[in-house]
Design a protein around this ligand. Structure first.
Ligand SMILES: N[C@@H](CCC(=O)N[C@@H](CS)C(=O)NCC(=O)O)C(=O)O
Length: 190
């Protein structure tokens, strides 16, 4: 994999830790969520859209595989959308249940999240058995997004011990130079 490069003068990314609903952040992204990307002052939100856009920039390295045809392309988009609209929300149910209920008792939401997480991580586990990366022998941003999801769930108390292929995948992602770079950016922004 080549090094990831941000083209600072055209792309300005915004990292905000826990301040998604602050007045200052809502002025930038009225949807009140991260990530958000400003390109020449224009806003782009939603992980799949941002990743597809970044992949299309001539100045950046490929972060998604090249599609053979329209169906293959749609499968790649489907993978990104599955991460963003199915796996990612199941992680949030377990880690931040208060987003999903106003009740004092959050246990139902957490349990619902754990059931969904187990189903979704089982699918990811099957896909990764005998395969280094989501798309075989080549890393893509799907691997990094998947890694973020299961690692966040683990940090929220969800054990990965029944998912050996995910455990091996986790080690592989964390050995990448881009992982060390991301950690150092995160540490400098907190
Ligand atoms: N559908 C969005 C989801 C992004 C998302 O849920 N971001 C979380 C952080 S992991 C967030 O900003 N949550 C704040 C909130 O929902 O108030 C996407 O794909 O970008």
């Amino acid at each position: 994999m080549k090094n990831w490069v941000y083209t600072a003068n055209i792309v300005k990314s915004i990292f905000v830790a826990g301040e998604q609903k602050s007045e200052q952040y809502l002025k930038v992204n009225p949807f009140g969520k991260v990530p958000a990307l400003l390109v020449d002052g224009k806003l782009l939100t939603e992980n799949p859209a941002i990743l597809i856009y970044l992949n299309s920039l001539p100045s950046t390295n490929e972060i998604l595989p090249k599609a053979n045809d329209a169906f293959h392309q749609s499968q790649i988009y489907s993978d990104l959308m599955w991460l963003s609209s199915t796996l990612h929300p199941s992680v949030r149910h377990v880690c931040v249940p208060s987003y999903y209920t106003i009740s004092e008792n959050k246990e139902d939401v957490i349990e619902r999240g754990r059931i969904a997480l187990s189903m979704n991580l089982n699918l990811a586990e099957k896909r990764l058995v005998g395969s280094q990366w989501w798309y075989g022998d080549k890393w893509s941003i799907v691997d990094t997004y998947l890694h973020w999801c299961y690692t966040r769930a683990e940090r929220g108390g969800y054990s990965l011990e029944n998912f050996p292929a995910l455990g091996a995948h986790q080690k592989r992602v964390e050995k990448m130079p881009s992982y060390a770079k991301r950690k150092s950016i995160e540490n400098n922004n907190l």
